[in-house]
Design a protein around this ligand. Structure first.
Ligand SMILES: C[S@@+](CC[C@H](N)C(=O)[O-])C[C@H]1O[C@@H](n2cnc3c(N)ncnc32)[C@H](O)[C@@H]1O
Length: 204
């Protein structure tokens, strides 16, 4: 084979693998959204507020699956909010900083993969403000002992790593809402989550 043919085959292979990975990720997100949507139906959620939505991929699926449900999307990044307002006309888009702002009016509040963005102290402060509200948390990742060990070793080996967010094990997650909410663990495809109900609403 000539070098050009090798290069062409290499680029072709890369594009096929990238496209296949893209399709796989889309299929997983669609499935996660379907499972979240079914839960929202069971809970009779008519207005959903979602925080730190970023590109709002899951929220777009939620809209497609249940167009009659009202969606209130938020993020603290002004460019993200601007872009979503341009593209996602079916939803109300609001700039909202979880660290300072009060919960929006909604039947349920979705925190989808925003756990890595907040320290433990920030989480507790946020949940204090959501203490009277039902919150659905979907975690980016629950770290097990070997994952935490690998992370520590990576940090020791490589100086000056950029902080990519906070990693937690199950106990660390569950300690975040113990003072304010009762939690039911859930699973959405390959992601873990919890439905948090205000402690004050639970029977004594
Ligand atoms: C890892 S992304 C997750 C995006 C989306 N929820 C998802 O699952 O793909 C975290 C998002 O949280 C937003 N964010 C970080 N800190 C925030 C804060 N204090 N208030 C609101 N949004 C915040 C970021 O702008 C970003 O869009």
């Amino acid at each position: 084979m000539t070098p050009w043919l090798w290069i062409t085959v290499g680029i072709g292979g890369f594009l096929v693998v990238s496209a296949a990975l893209g399709l796989a990720v889309t299929a997983i997100l669609a499935q996660i959204s379907r499972e979240i949507s079914e839960l929202l139906d069971r809970l009779n959620v008519r207005t959903l507020a979602s925080y730190g939505v970023g590109g709002a991929v899951v929220e777009l699926w939620l809209h497609r699956l249940s167009p009659e449900r009202r969606l209130r999307l938020t993020d603290y990044a002004p460019e993200t909010v601007e872009r979503l307002r341009e593209l996602f006309h079916e939803a109300e888009v609001v700039r909202h900083d979880l660290l300072t702002d009060a919960p929006l009016e909604a039947d349920l509040h979705l925190f989808h993969r925003i756990d890595t963005e907040l320290t433990n102290a920030e989480w507790r402060e946020v949940l204090g403000r959501f203490a009277q509200d039902t919150v659905l948390v979907v975690a980016t990742e629950i770290a097990d002992a070997s994952r935490i060990l690998r992370e520590q070793l990576g940090r020791l080996r490589t100086r000056g790593l950029t902080r990519a967010g906070w990693l937690r094990n199950r106990e660390a997650f569950e300690a975040l809402w113990r003072p304010t909410h009762d939690a039911a663990p859930l699973r959405f495809n390959d992601l873990d989550g919890w439905l948090l109900e205000p402690r004050s609403k639970s029977p004594a």
